[in-house]
Design a protein around this ligand. Structure first.
Ligand SMILES: Cc1cc2nc3c(=O)[nH]c(=O)nc-3n(C[C@H](O)[C@H](O)[C@H](O)COP(=O)(O)OP(=O)(O)OC[C@H]3O[C@@H](n4cnc5c(N)ncnc54)[C@H](O)[C@@H]3O)c2cc1C
Length: 307
């Protein structure tokens, strides 16, 4: 019966970052991962370090997002100091072509930006991008991005270096409870005991935590595509319109996402979604019209009822 101070269930960004901090605080840590390490939502994501249309979220989410953004540069520096993989953190800025909706006019959005100290500017998109006739666009110059698979690789390296025990292909089946305390986790081949058990199982968390169910935390599929362009597509900033974004990568490629689909734990790509992403990508950045799609994938975001 293996024993450790902390068991973390799930090896996405939440699990890996938590493991690292707990090790740094002196705890022994074991991560149980049901599949391969770090291959779910945290791998699939676009890496925009700010919620899309952030002012539309409830206040606690806005505060959390702003606090997270403020901490990211130091977090990345720490990884760069110790790891060989560069997560490609950079300040791309984000131009939002359709910021205003029925609930938030430009004044409300400016008030949000000032409250959370996001530098911002209202502008006509066509001043910079003549093919985009949006005269009330919002430019957020300080928005950062990372390249998710690289960030995860750096975190996995850091966790291993810090002596976090990582057990792949070990699905947690059930939390073991005694006297109203969680004392461990039952897997197929063993029960692991720990003082503390932390569930960071993303979209799967609802079936593990007593009192929660998949109705409380559920998967939201997002499909993505990537264009590898040579010469580079020339896109320097994130463009966002109608919920679809184009993200420039430092090697000149462009990632386009994402759909928002309630289809259970199904990670297939669909022709319809890929076509939609492609059409929107070409509308926003016509240079992509003759570039084939280099890669397509999807991931399952953890969704909750209170979104
Ligand atoms: C297409 C897409 C685009 C996105 N774009 C962005 C973006 O631009 N910016 C942004 O901030 N966010 C974005 N997100 C959301 C973001 O990726 C997720 O919110 C975040 O990665 C969730 O991290 P996590 O660690 O909670 O979950 P995950 O990365 O899903 O990790 C959970 C892990 O738990 C494991 N697990 C599950 N059940 C068990 C079990 N029983 N036993 C052991 N292990 C288990 C899983 O296998 C998985 O490895 C995007 C998501 C998607 C899908």
């Amino acid at each position: 019966m293996p024993h450790t101070d902390c068991i973390i269930i799930g090896s996405g960004i939440a699990g890996l970052a938590t493991a690292l901090r707990l090790r740094q605080a002196g705890f022994s840590v074991t991560i149980l991962e049901r599949e391969r390490i770090g291959r779910e939502a945290s791998w699939a994501g676009g890496g925009i370090l700010c919620p899309l249309y952030a002012w539309r979220y409830p206040e606690p989410v806005m505060r959390l997002a702003a606090a997270g953004m403020a901490r990211y540069p130091a977090f990345i520096s720490e990884l760069l100091d110790t790891q060989t993989t560069d997560p490609e953190f950079f300040t791309s800025g984000m131009l939002i072509l359709d910021p205003v909706d029925n609930a938030h006019d430009a004044n409300a959005i400016s008030a949000w930006a000032e409250q959370y100290t996001y530098p911002h500017q209202w502008q006509a998109a066509e001043d910079h991008f003549p093919h985009l006739p949006h005269d009330n666009s919002l430019w957020l110059p300080q928005i950062n991005t990372v390249r998710n698979p690289r960030l995860l690789r750096a975190l996995i390296e850091a966790a291993r270096q810090a002596d976090v025990t990582i057990l792949e292909y070990q699905p947690a089946r059930e939390l073991r409870v005694a006297q109203q305390r969680v004392i461990g986790v039952r897997c197929d081949s063993a029960t692991h005991h720990a003082e503390h058990v932390i569930v960071t199982a993303g979209a799967w968390s609802g079936s593990l935590v007593p009192g929660l169910s998949p109705a409380h935390i559920f998967p939201i599929r997002g499909q993505m595509i990537r264009f590898d362009t040579a010469p580079p597509a020339g896109l320097k900033t994130i463009l966002l319109d109608e919920g679809i974004y184009l993200i420039p990568r430092q090697d000149g490629s462009v990632v386009v996402g994402s759909t928002v689909e309630h289809v259970g734990f199904d990670k297939h790509n669909t022709e319809e979604a890929i076509h939609h992403l492609h059409r929107k990508a070409v509308e926003l950045w016509p240079n992509l019209a003759h570039t084939p799609i280099a890669q397509q994938w999807s991931g399952l975001r953890p969704g909750t009822q209170d979104e």
